[in-house]
Write a new protein. Structure first.
Length: 130
């Protein structure tokens, strides 16, 4: 369920996994996904459908991310690189993964390098030594 209170990227991914498994047609994807909206997300979609009609699946994903995703600019990799630990490692890791999910083609070694750089000193140095 998507209720509009969390980043929709994992919910969209779960929908796409379901669609692959069930071999859903493009015409069914929006209908199936919107059946699993709740709260403000359901209200948002109700108004969207009433005013603009049923969107295609790619357009629906774009609109869901714009409305309920974290604010991002046109440079998600730049935003990922600028994530720095200011509190707990768990909080930093959550924020890092949120931005990483919106980046394409970042290799695993690059992910590790960016993550450890964002940890800051001395923790980042200690992690790199391990």
């Amino acid at each position: 369920m998507l209720d509009g209170t969390s980043d929709p990227i994992t919910w969209v991914h779960r929908c796409e996994q379901f669609f692959r498994q069930t071999q859903s047609t493009d015409d069914d994807k929006v209908w199936l996904a919107t059946y699993h909206l709740e709260g403000i997300a359901q209200q948002w979609y109700y108004h969207l459908e009433r005013n603009q009609g049923v969107p295609t699946w790619p357009r629906f994903v774009e609109l869901v991310n714009l409305r309920f995703g974290p604010p991002t600019c046109s440079n998600p990799l730049g935003e990922l690189i600028n994530v720095k630990r200011t509190g707990s490692v768990d909080d930093y890791q959550e924020q890092f993964l949120t931005f990483l999910a919106r980046c394409a083609d970042v290799t695993e070694p690059q992910q590790i390098a960016i993550f450890t750089a964002g940890l800051g000193d001395p923790l980042g140095v200690d992690v790199e030594l391990q």
